[in-house]
Structures are given as structure tokens and as C-alpha cells.
Design a protein around this ligand. Structure first.
Ligand SMILES: [Zn+2]
Length: 315
């Protein structure tokens, strides 16, 4: 099961909620995954479609909780390309009208009838905005596994639906991006903190926990990697430096013998040959008397300079 499907499965089983939120979540579902079929001027029926059985169960449950149905909705199972199955819920015209009216999408036309419009009503209650986000995510949302990357998106049939979700997200304090892909409008979030907040808002407590876990693991891994890389680089630098020092000291030894060096340089030179892998600070600690790292550095430079004044002895 994909991460997205796991989040949806959790959301779909959340327990009953207030009537206002039932409508709000249903609104999110309708806006995310419905098709309106027009037959005649006022003959409209709504079909809701999804390939996720848990989401369809949720839609049916919300529909039943939203008010008395005029007719039983028709549930169809369709097989699409590559054997993918899709559930289709068709509502009667009466039920479609009732739902659209509740969503603020039907308004009096002034001549005793009604006309369709985009819902202008702002959701005043925070509980309802959260429910709307849940409905939208169930209908057309996707979230990548946070262990791999931080990415959530909603794919809408048109820009108006996408803008509405973007507005609701921003009312909840979440900034989202908006883009288009082929002929679809896509709202997206690519930030770990915001994704965790989104899960929280939608009520997916278990998914929040698992996300926080994987975020903690990820940052621990990054810190460990950084430390390892850093250690590795330091070690390499140190080894190549000490190899150069050993060569220089060996050269001095061949030309003039280490005994000829001033005592303070001779002690360091012998210590370096004995401890080719030790850092300068460690060498300083092993000398008697002890010497600071910068003191060692200074004396080592003297040795290096001296070795450079000596002629090559290749013959
Ligand atoms: Zn509410």
C-alpha cells in the first residue's frame, strides 16, 4: 500500500463529526472528484468517482449523514485502461440539487429558479476548513513517502477548484504552490513542516506520528553522514600532510642525519617517523615536554623548509 493510500485509509475511518463538518468534507470531495452531467438547462446530476474503495465508502457515509436522500445513489464499478478499477457514485438530480445548495453552489436566479455558481461562501469555522482539506485530499490528493521526499499535491480538473483549495489552505496558515500540468491544475506543498501540519489539520494523527518519526530518522541520518564525511575529509587531509612530513624527514635523515638537527626539531622528527598517522596535536601531546598544536606546526614547517633546501639524491 502506498504512503498516500495509507493516509487516506486513516482519514476514511475517522469517526463521526459535527453536521457542519460533514457538509464541508463532502464539499471537499465533490470539488475534488466529481463530474457534473448537464442534461437540459436545469437537469444536473453529480457523479463522484474514485479508484479507492475506502474513499468511496467515506463518500457514501458522508452522503448519508448529510441529510435525507431522495433516491438511492447508484454505485458502479468500471474497469479502465490497464485493468484499473474505478468506483462511480451517481446521485439523482434531486440529491445533486440538495448537495449543491448546501455547498452554496446554487443560488436563486431572481425568476423563481436557481442558477449554478462557484461557492463564494468563506468557511468561517476552523473545524469545517479542516474537514474540507480532508475531503479534498481524499478526492484528489497525493502524498509521497516522506522517507523519500516531501511532496503533497492535489490534481484538479480546473483552476477554479484548485484556487479554492489554495485559499482554504492559506486560511489554515499553509502556503501552497499552484501550477498546471497538461490540462489539469495542481496545488502542491513541498515542505516537511507544512506537510506535518497538513496531516495534523486533516486529523491523520497516526500518519503525523509516522511522519515525525521518519523526519527524525532522516535528520539523524543527515547529521551522521555529515559527521562521517567530515571525519573522512579531515583524516585524508591529515594523512596526506603527514605523508609529506615523513618524506621530508626521511630526506633530512639521508642527507645529514637526524642527530644533526637541533634537539627540539630532532625530537619532533623522530616522533613523526614513529607515529605517521598521529595528528599534530597528538604529536605535541606525546613530546616531552608537551607542545601545543601551533608549536608543533611551527617546528614542522621548519623541518619542511630545511628539507626543501637539500638537493635531490636520486643518484
Ligand atoms: Zn464544522
Amino acid at each position: 500500500m502506498s504512503y498516500s493510500a495509507r493516509v487516506k485509509a486513516e482519514l476514511a475511518t475517522l469517526s463521526a463529526q459535527k453536521r457542519c463538518c460533514v457538509n464541508a468534507e463532502l464539499g471537499g470531495l465533490i470539488f475534488g472528484a466529481s463530474v457534473m452531467t448537464l442534461s437540459g438547462t436545469r437537469q444536473v446530476s453529480l457523479s463522484f468517482r474514485t479508484d479507492d474503495a475506502a474513499v468511496m465508502r467515506r463518500a457514501l457515509k458522508l452522503f448519508n449523514a448529510s441529510g435525507p436522500a431522495h433516491a438511492r445513489p447508484r454505485l458502479l464499478l468500471q474497469t479502465r485502461t490497464a485493468g484499473r478499477r474505478q468506483y462511480l457514485l451517481q446521485l439523482s438530480q434531486e440529491d445533486t440539487h440538495r448537495l449543491l445548495r448546501e455547498q452554496g453552489m446554487l443560488r436563486p436566479d431572481g425568476e423563481g429558479g436557481e442558477r449554478f455558481c462557484a461557492p463564494r461562501r468563506v468557511m468561517r469555522r476552523h473545524c469545517c476548513r479542516r474537514a474540507y482539506l480532508r475531503g479534498s485530499f481524499l478526492a484528489c490528493g497525493y502524498m509521497a513517502d516522506p522517507r523519500r521526499r516531501y511532496h503533497a499535491e492535489w490534481v484538479f480538473q480546473d483552476a477554479a477548484r484548485a484556487s479554492r483549495l489554495k485559499r482554504v489552505l492559506s486560511q489554515c496558515g499553509l502556503t501552497a504552490g499552484l501550477t498546471s500540468r497538461r490540462d489539469r491544475s495542481v496545488v502542491y506543498i513541498r515542505d516537511g513542516d507544512r506537510l506535518a501540519e497538513l496531516l495534523k489539520l486533516m486529523g491523520a494523527s497516526l500518519s503525523v506520528l509516522s511522519m515525525e518519526n521518519s523526519r527524525a530518522e532522516k535528520s539523524l541520518r543527515e547529521i551522521t553522514n555529515r559527521a562521517t564525511n567530515c571525519d573522512h575529509a579531515n583524516l585524508k587531509r591529515q594523512l596526506s600532510a603527514s605523508a609529506g612530513q615523513v618524506l621530508a624527514i626521511e630526506r633530512i635523515s639521508r642527507h645529514m642525519g637526524l642527530n644533526a638537527l637541533p634537539q627540539r626539531l630532532e625530537a619532533l622528527a623522530r616522533m613523526r617517523l614513529a607515529q605517521p598517522d598521529a595528528s599534530l596535536a597528538d604529536l605535541g601531546g606525546m613530546l616531552d615536554p608537551e607542545l601545543s598544536k601551533s608549536g608543533v606546526q611551527h617546528r614542522m614547517q621548519e623541518l619542511m623548509k630545511l628539507s626543501q633546501t637539500l638537493p635531490d639524491m636520486t643518484t
